[in-house]
Design a protein around this ligand. Structure first.
Ligand code: ADP
Length: 328
């Protein structure tokens, strides 16, 4: 298959926090690009590598045997100077030096802000692929890495429940999610949590204590509460202390932390990454730019980056309500 588009050489980068499935997305970009007779270049270490010109060709064989690997072969990372326009101009110079006509940026909302700047300021053709465990990007039902992260957290919660049940204990499990409670909500429901603390739907300590007490009155001997880490990782310790002071209940705390980021991607993440990675190359070839490729109702969609960044993705209140209903 050939392309008649202006795009002949494309670059791909992974930026921000890494997420399982990024490698599957890189593979899809490289192999779709090759199929369309494009040259594909890997940009290392996110925007930092773009600024420094850390750019190298990727062949079909460069992405062999990475589909199942967590992390990203291109390295991800943060580049604080990218918030300054002159640094972005330097990055565009590097891209032009390599005659690259279009960029696929795999990352989260911060990375998309950088992508939008590149497009607006320099008309650099750029397409975003949502890669973050947080699932907090509007315009796509799922982000790459979320499914793996919730399954990792869930495995841990199931193990903790064994101990909680054996010792009649109250546990607070802290999961990732600085500004969003998607991971906490999903693992709370799937793990049978008694209460979920998330930034979007604050639950008071008194409410949580009442729920634990109601459970105990019905004969329940152990409980698991899930807390999104919020702005201050380790907040589960503060919650445990507040619960102890107000009720005398001693809660054990387990902070899952970075184990949720790594690991081999699930089938859901591999399929999502393969579809979106491939669609991003087709989008560039169709002359689309300043957009994200996402998935809605199992269909690939193109959404303007500006909309993805300005809209807040809503937590499913129905999932929170269902968790409460079922936590008997
Ligand atoms: P993520 O993409 O996972 O949300 P970050 O928020 O750390 O991760 O963003 C990744 C990188 O994107 C930052 O280190 C920076 O280089 C770039 N970036 C973030 N916000 C902006 C912004 N407002 N303008 C330009 N670039 C940005």
């Amino acid at each position: 298959m050939n392309t008649t588009s202006q795009i002949k050489k494309i670059g791909v980068l992974t930026s921000g926090g890494d997420s399982p499935g990024m490698n599957a997305a890189i593979r899809a970009v490289v192999r779709t690009g090759t199929e369309l007779n494009l040259s594909v270049y890997g940009i290392r270490r996110g925007y930092q590598g773009m600024v420094n010109g850390e750019i190298e060709p990727l062949e079909t064989s460069s992405v062999a045997n990475i589909l199942q690997r967590g992390g990203t072969i291109l390295k991800a990372g943060r580049c604080l100077e990218f918030l300054n326009a002159p640094t972005r101009a330097k990055a565009v110079e590097e891209i032009k030096k390599h005659d690259i006509d279009g960029i696929v940026c795999i990352g989260g909302d911060g990375s998309f802000r950088g992508a939008l700047d590149l497009w607006k300021e320099h008309q650099l053709p750029i397409v975003g692929v949502p890669g973050t465990i947080d699932n907090d990007i509007a315009g796509t039902d799922l982000t790459i890495g979320f499914d793996t992260a919730i399954n990792t957290a869930l495995e841990a919660i199931d193990r903790i429940r064994d101990t909680a049940a054996s010792h009649n204990r109250l546990f607070i499990v802290e999961v990732m999610g600085r500004d969003s409670g998607f991971i906490a909500t999903a693992v709370g429901l799937a793990g049978g949590a008694e209460e979920i603390f998330i930034p979007e739907n604050p639950v008071s300590v008194d409410q949580a204590i009442q729920r634990i007490q109601r459970g105990m009155a019905r004969g329940k001997t152990s409980s698991i509460l899930i807390a999104a880490e919020g702005r201050k990782p380790g907040r589960a310790y503060d919650l445990a202390e507040s619960i102890r002071k107000k009720s005398g209940f001693e809660a054990k705390v387990c902070v899952l932390g970075h184990v949720q980021r790594g690991g081999s991607p699930t089938a859901v993440d591999r399929i999502l990454a393969s579809r979106l990675g491939s669609a991003s190359v087709h989008a560039l070839c169709q002359g689309l730019s300043g957009i994200m490729v996402g998935q809605q109702n199992n269909q690939v969609v193109y959404e303007p980056l500006v909309d993805c960044l300005s809209k807040k993705k809503q937590i499913g209140q129905n999932l929170l309500d269902l968790t409460n209903t079922l936590a008997k």
